[in-house]
Design a protein around this ligand. Sequence first.
Ligand code: MG
Length: 382
Amino acid sequence: MKQVKTMVAALAAGTAASVVCAGLYGDTPDAKHAWAVHDRNRPRPAIITADPGKPPSDAVVLFDGTSLDAWLAGNGNEPAKWKIIDGAMQVVPGTGEIRTKESFGDCQLHIEFATPAKVEGGDQGRGNSGVFLMGMHEIQVLDNFDNDTYPDGLCASIYAENPPLVNACRKPGEWQTYDIVFHQPIWEGETLKHPGTVTVVHNGALTQDNWEFEGMSTHCTRRPLKPYANKLPLRLQDHNNPMRFRNIWIREIPSRYANTTHGGPAANEADVKALRGQTAAKLFAAANPADANKVAALQRLLEIVGYDTADTYMKPVAELTDAYLKELAGLDAQKLQDRKGDIIGLRNSCNVLTRNKVVPEDFKLKAELQRIINENGLEKKK
Ligand code: MG
């Protein structure tokens, strides 16, 4: 809040004509961050509509209760052989799994399911199905309401890998929800760069907390992760129980680990550097170092330097610094007082650059502006 006030004060101190932008403000981009703190050049997220209980406007609706058009049977091109009954798709035991026609990668998935109201069987034989993310990683679907089994095979487990944090199962026949956030493993050739993760919320309770995959979906035998395509169909299992599903929608999301649009701790440093370079070039193309308003021109250039300290940008900064300091040298004390908003604002931008070690502490523009501020008492309170 304090900094917001400082920025507003800097704007207010200068005349409208002399201060075009408030100057540098938050910490600058770094090796892991393509954007400064509070960076207004940072891309805005897409605007969508999202109402609780409904698919967000950018979701792909996979089943809305009316048709199985988004699904195919097994591995061929035959239509899905499950039935639609009262707005729900129901497994027809023995017809095999179904898969989406469309392929997906990292995603947010919402799916609702109900285990049979008529309880039959026990252990893994009772209300069994499964949500296979990219067809590779099974989030178990099972009736574990008063039905024990091995923990890594419970409902909301990552099957054969990790039990759920809690057993949040509802009674047989009652509708239940999964909200899943999935990130696929990242490979460089045969080298695993990140194992991928899954978060599962079962009936509103967190059951898988950003779990890092150890392997491929399996039974009995551990299978290490292996590379697969970047996009694959979602699959639902036929485990010989008449399970029901409804309200299925999916949203593709950017990789949590290879996303450089927004950067962050998981960003690839080379990609971040490249994006910073692109931003600097874009801003420089729009900047006008020859602007008669040298303060505005310098503020723009200092912002660019925050992204990239290439000579292409540092050279005009040095030239404009000399021109601006020459201009100030010709002003009397009163005129310097009149311009103190500009001078302090520019010095403040330099401070951001020095505190982030983008430029050295003895950066000429900062040192000279500070000298002028001190000699003329520009920061003295009246
Ligand atoms: Mg299963």
